[in-house]
Every structure is written in structure tokens, then in C-alpha cells.
Design a protein around this ligand. Sequence first.
Ligand code: PLP
Length: 396
Amino acid sequence: MNSYLDTDELGFYGDFGGAYIPELLRPNIEELEQAFSYYRNDAQFIDEYKSLLKDYVGRPTPLYFSAKLSATFGAKIYLKREDLCHTGAHKVNNTIGQILLAKRMGKSTIIAETGAGQHGVATATACALSGMECKVFMGEKDIERQAPNVLRMNYLGAEVIPAVSGSKTLKDATNEAIRYWINHPETFYLIGSVVGPHPYPKMVAEFQSIISEEIRQQLLEKEGRRNPDIVIACVGGGSNAAGAFYHFYDVPEVQLIAVEAAGEGVMTGKSAATSALGTPGVIHGSMTLLMQDQDGQITEPHSISAGLDYPGIGPLHAHTISSGRVQAIAVTDNEALEAAHALALTEGIIPALETAHALGALNQLTLNPDDVVVINLSGRGDKDLETIAKFINKTS
Ligand SMILES: *Cc1c(COP(=O)(O)O)cnc(C)c1O
């Protein structure tokens, strides 16, 4: 049977994916692909990964029935509590998986790039755990804007290397990381979302698939069935969404909703709604949908949440959205801020501003009382309190 998760021999999901990389990196990618294909079926590898997810990350994360959201929106609404993972978000599910793989491959140095610093922190965490050297590339401007995460990475023993070219943000950090990788092929490049050249999107989706594996188990206990009616997740690059959707892609009766950041509004020029505004192009080593002008220059994205402020989207999402399997919804900065505050006030849970977009999508749906809806609560919002405070001061 054809699955939405199948890639062809070149790593394409339909029209999207592949590995658009300098020839010099071909051996690195081949080495990674071989190791991944082997260890994903290796019982010892899987045991070690599952045991760290349980005792270090704190899995399974709860599937919490929100009586308040259910009453407000007239459906049975559950929250998958990835915010309760060690380090406060889903990202660690992936960094732990890749670190174990790097160790098996005999690597001792990990490189990564980070924008807001969340992936940098999750990588530094996994490196500290496994005794790996860690170098994180970060735009000079982001280093200034995200000082607490820089401090966290340093405290965990990672070296943060400033990218000083271009706009001094994520795109430039990515270029620096790739350049370093070419010159130091003995290092392991740890990518933080379902983006990058094949096999990264496939590998990251597989490490995050634990989220929907648990949802199925937990729904069976709570609702007597494995499949919800609707799953909702926010999409930056798309790793938490890929994990939450994973085991439902090929179950057509489950509706899948990917929520993008509309910023100040999809058509305002200050948005990160990639699937609405994007056209096919190559970013970060894969063919996907991205925001670009007519000359193929990448358009600067905007979102109040740093984790959704990305001009591309993983190729799996480009494929499943353009083929109609996944529905994309855009939620603005203001709608996200309101949804975050509502959850804080009614449930005592402060969600990440990324996650708040998924919550904000509820306003746009028509739900039935019997609908079982799962929202992936990708992370906790402590990191966003300063942004929230600024917004409150601006509007009051
Ligand atoms: C990084 C991040 C995201 C966005 O990344 P995806 O790869 O799209 O999941 C979403 N939520 C939180 C809490 C994050 O830290």
C-alpha cells in the first residue's frame, strides 16, 4: 500500500524532498542514511532510545482531557502534554534519537544551528548527557535577542558560534553550519526539525512519531478507540506536527490540521504562513514550499513566536498539504496571544507561543459534540513570558 510517509529512492515525498547538497557532502549523507536504515531496526538501539525517553525525557507524556476547552468549543478536547518533556518541549525526542545514532557512528562532535535557541538547548542537553562535544551556530542578532538560551547552552557545556554574515539570523547560522560540516566531515550535523536533505526529514519524523504512538494507546484507554476525529498541531519546520500526525496519515477518517503563523495577517507582508504564501524552491537542502520573491530570494518571515518564524516547511508537510491530506490554517499573533492567555486562565497551563497557534485554530473549526480532538501541546511558555509582557504593556 502507498503511504504518505513513503519516500522514493531519492528521498522525495511526491514532488518534495530530495537532497540538494554540495557534492562534497554526499559521503556524509550516505553514511548517515546507511546508519539510520540499520539502527532504526536494531533492537538494542530501540531499547536504549525508548528507555531514555521513559526515564530521562519523562515519557509517556499525559493526554489531558481539557474540560474547559471542551465546554467552550463543544467537543471532546484533549491536550497531548509535550510541554512536560524534559527541557519543556518535544524537541528533545529528536535530539536524543540523533545523539544515540551519532554515538553508534563513532562521532564525538555534534554541530547544530539554532534560531531562537530552543533546538540549541535541546542539542546541548543531549550532548551533555552523552559526553559529546557540542558546537551551535547562531546568528549574531539572535544571540543578542535570545540571551537566556545562549546562557543555557553555555552552562550545559556547548560552544555557541556567532554567524556574522547576511541578516545574522537562522539562515546565516545554517550556512555556517553547512560550511563547517564540509570542512569537518567527521562531525555529526544534528538537524532540529523535519527539514534538511534526505534522510533528515524522514529520520526526525520517525523519532517524533512516539507522540502519535502514545496518543493511540492513550485514546484507547480513555475513549475506547485509537483514532481521534481531529489532530491539530502548529508547524514551524513541522517536527511536532509530523510526530502528532505520523500514525494517522494513512487513516483517512482522521482529519489533520497544520497551523501556521499568520503573523500580523497572511497578506500583510509580515507573516510566516508558508503553505499559503510559498512556492516550490530549495531551502536547507530540500525541495519544498518556501516564501520567496520572483527572483528566488527568500522573503523574511514574521511571527511573534520564534519557533514558527521560518520561511520554509518540511517536505512531508509540503506534500501532504498540497495533496489535500492535511488542511493548513493560519492564526495571527493576536489570536495566538489570546488563546495562550485563555489556556493559562482556565487550565493553569502556560503554553509556548508556537503551541498557542494550534489552540487559536479552534476558533476557525466547526465541531460536533462527539468529536474527539487532540491538540499537540508542543511546549511550555515560560520562555515567552518576556514577549508576552511586552505585548501586554504595548496594548494596555
Ligand atoms: C521549535 C518549536 C516548534 C516549531 O518546530 P516544529 O519543528 O515545527 O515542531 C513548535 N513548538 C515549540 C514549543 C517549539 O519549541
